[in-house]
Design a protein around this ligand. Structure first.
Ligand SMILES: CC1=C(CCC(=O)O)c2cc3nc(cc4[nH]c(cc5[nH]c(cc1n2)c(C)c5CCC(=O)O)c(CCC(=O)O)c4C)C(CCC(=O)O)=C3C
Ligand SMILES: [Fe+2]
Length: 378
């Protein structure tokens, strides 16, 4: 049985596409970007004006594109260093460089079979099926233009891959070390992720996933597993066995009467201060790199809340372009390539939930509005 570490053959793939969210890179790009994100989604206008302000506070520049450029460079370096001759392309859902342009370029360069890494680690409509819908839309545009057909395969979720989890363990330890020494052993951990509507969470995952339909669905189950793995590793490294930790949420939008996952990080900080917590380390496990949600909702808003409460906080770094994550992507591509060649593989994954399947089944992470065509499914 082949271990992904020992594989080197990318066939049948002839390219990797990094598929991400995209973000504005100047003040004039903020409003058109937000229009792209929210088309047909019924997000209240007040929320959009508010979110626009977050971007303007940073000169209209989201860090996400620069982070993706760094990840691209890390992937190319890792592939070259391991004799993997596979070109890497980049396209976004909501901003330039756009997904459709990346696919056009791939086709023009003669590629036909493409592995796709979406920069979202967990199950759920926003992080999984929506990217598959975007792929279907872009492929339809290419078909209309009469271009040669591309086959795209989305790589499995990587939330449980050690190349994703281990950098976050180190980052959590580093964030603990930033606290004054006398607070460290008593500091709590707050793992944060993007809040989503509870109905979207409950429907997340494959129909036969045991977590599907339970409160929080696969989305919450996968986050809890990652949080638990980090908390256990931190306990072992620090010798503090009973350090409190909790999964909390951030960046809620939508109408106030629609239930979303709670508690919000700011409410959580308020509660913990009332409970006499010594300090809190915020660990943004829901975000692959420093998105605006991290820069604003955590580093600006939650940090201001903590200062008001007099509660010391630090924030763990996101995985970003960590070489271990780049290596994990290589392993995922080679693992999937072997699967597509019909060879048996050993999958690398931590925790009890088990690695997710390669192809999402028909009813996986359904669209909360209406079913739409999605590429790369079973
Ligand atoms: C689960 C999840 C992820 C993680 C998975 C993944 O990475 O895909 C994610 C990522 C991101 N979300 C982002 C930005 C936005 N998300 C919005 C709106 C929404 N997100 C949702 C969920 C998620 N979002 C949901 C349920 C909505 C409500 C409406 C809808 O169903 O779409 C809105 C509209 C305004 C607002 O409501 O805040 C914006 C501007 C950016 C870019 C940040 C940057 O510029 O650095 C990134 C990486
Ligand atoms: Fe979002």
């Amino acid at each position: 049985m082949a271990d992904a570490q020992t594989l080197t053959d990318p066939a049948p793939y002839d390219a990797l596409l990094l598929l991400s969210f995209g973000g504005p890179e100047g003040p004039e790009e903020v409003v058109p970007f937000l229009e792209n994100v929210t088309r047909g989604r019924g997000i209240p206008k007040e929320r959009l004006t508010e979110v626009g302000k977050h971007y303007f506070l940073f000169g209209g520049i989201s860090p996400i594109n620069e982070q993706n450029r760094e990840l691209l460079a890390a992937l190319r370096e890792d592939f070259a260093g391991h004799g993997l001759d596979l070109p890497v392309y980049w396209g976004n859902r909501n901003w330039a460089p756009y997904l459709v342009d990346a696919l056009r370029e791939l086709a023009e360069d003669g590629h036909r079979r493409v592995a796709v890494l979406a920069t979202s680690a967990y199950a759920g409509y926003s992080g999984c099926r929506q990217y598959r819908e975007n792929l279907a839309d872009a492929l339809a545009v290419l078909a209309e233009e009469g271009r040669p057909e591309l086959t795209v395969d989305k790589l499995r979720h990587f939330y449980d891959h050690p190349g994703f989890v281990r950098p976050m363990i180190d980052a959590t330890l580093a964030a603990l070390a930033e606290l004054p020494a006398e607070l460290r052993d008593r500091a709590e951990l707050a793992f944060t992720t993007h809040s989503i509507p509870t109905s979207m969470a409950e429907a997340s995952g494959a129909p036969d996933d045991p977590a599907r339909g339970t409160p929080g669905g696969a989305y919450v189950a996968q986050h809890l597993q990652v949080a638990g793995l980090i908390a256990d590793a931190v306990a072992e490294a620090t010798g503090v066995a009973d350090r409190p930790w909790q999964l909390v949420y951030q960046s809620r939008s939508g109408a106030p009467h629609v239930p979303w996952l709670e508690p919000d990080i700011c409410d959580h900080l308020t509660d913990r201060q009332k409970a006499d917590a010594a300090a809190v380390v915020m660990v943004p496990i829901g975000f692959v790199s420093d998105h605006m949600e991290v820069k604003y909702d955590l580093d600006t808003e939650a940090v201001a809340k903590a200062a008001e409460l007099g509660l010391p906080v630090t924030r763990a770094a996101t995985v970003g372009a960590d070489p271990r994550f780049a290596a994990a992507v290589r392993e995922l591509v080679l693992e999937r390539a072997a699967v597509e060649r019909g060879e048996p593989v050993t999958r690398c994954g931590l925790g009890a939930l088990g690695t997710t399947r390669d192809r999402c089944p028909a009813d996986c992470c359904p669209n909360p509005r209406a079913p739409r065509p999605a590429a790369a499914g079973a």
